[in-house]
Ligand binder design. Structure first.
Ligand code: FE
Ligand code: FE
Ligand code: ZN
Length: 279
């Protein structure tokens, strides 16, 4: 029996149990949250009682895999060693904390190479992952597909593949596909979703696809911009996004909305999409 795991980005400020309850209240059975302030800074200490209550609640209510998102200001391939070290220490700390909610996923933006070139960027990202990943961790670390604005690494499937190839503990690595980013990055999920999925499978392997960010885009195809839009109000459109959640090869993967919404807007989008899910 297939199940649709659909949710959205939530604020982590009140802890895991509060996120779980908010998710369930809006019809979600997955959610995403920032591990700390997205602009960086210290993380809130883990409240063990909150985590314990959350795990019980998630089991009772059928919440599936949840997605932790690293601060988007981290740059694993910065030219400055101090900035890279900050990214490394933050990820090590986040992954330690993720073990309180074992078996979930931790997504990060690979980074921006700035003027070093993509080859150096890929090398530095892989180097950092080789220092961060441990055999013991139960969390899968996800590289997010990027729109390719500026000097972002991960602008196409090949760049992500090249990072994966250089990482030793490959079984700890996966990919999070963002529909807005791949559309802006030049993958035609509107005109030929099957082809994009086949290309992902050929280059990376669908077994590595562990999460999907379901977003519409404010910008046209191949614009390399990265501005999310509400479902059905952008250039990707409702039909194409509904095709994504209904695609037979994408069943069981958690879909999370990162659309410009408050909680009521997310609730409406979740309801709309659930009504259009076919399996
Ligand atoms: Fe992201
Ligand atoms: Fe995203
Ligand atoms: Zn984005």
């Amino acid at each position: 029996m297939n199940k649709l795991y659909l949710g959205c980005h939530l604020s982590a400020s009140k802890g895991f149990l509060a996120m779980g309850k908010q998710a369930v209240a809006i019809g979600a059975n997955t959610f995403q949250f920032f591990t700390r302030n997205p602009r960086g800074g210290a993380a809130k200490p883990i409240d063990e009682k909150d985590v314990e209550e959350y795990l019980k609640y998630a089991k009772e209510t059928g919440i599936g895999t949840i997605v932790a998102h690293a601060p988007y200001t981290l740059n694993a391939c910065a030219a400055d060693a101090g900035i890279r070290n900050f990214a490394k220490e933050t990820m090590i700390d986040d992954l330690k904390r993720m073990e309180y909610v074992p078996g979930n996923v931790y997504n990060f933006h690979p980074g921006s190479h700035v003027k070093q070139g993509v080859d150096v960027g890929i090398e530095l990202i892989a180097e950092l992952l080789n220092e961060v990943l441990t055999k013991e961790q139960t969390t899968t670390v996800l590289l997010e597909t990027m729109a390719g604005k500026g000097s972002e690494v991960g602008r196409n499937f090949e760049e992500l593949r090249r990072i994966i190839d250089k990482v030793e503990l490959k079984d700890k690595l996966g990919v999070c596909l963002d529909t807005c980013h791949v559309w802006d990055g030049g993958y035609d999920i509107v005109g030929n979703l099957d082809n994009v999925i086949k290309e992902f499978d050929d280059v990376i392997g669908l077994d590595r696809l562990k999460a999907i960010h379901l977003n519409d885009s404010k910008n046209p195809f191949d614009s390399h911009k990265d501005r999310h839009e509400c479902i059905g109000q952008g250039n990707i459109g409702l039909t194409a996004l509904v095709n994504v959640i209904n695609h037979p090869k994408l069943q069981g993967i958690p879909f999370n909305l990162e659309t410009p919404n408050e909680i009521e807007g997310y609730q409406k989008e979740i309801e709309l999409l659930r009504n259009m899910w076919k399996s």
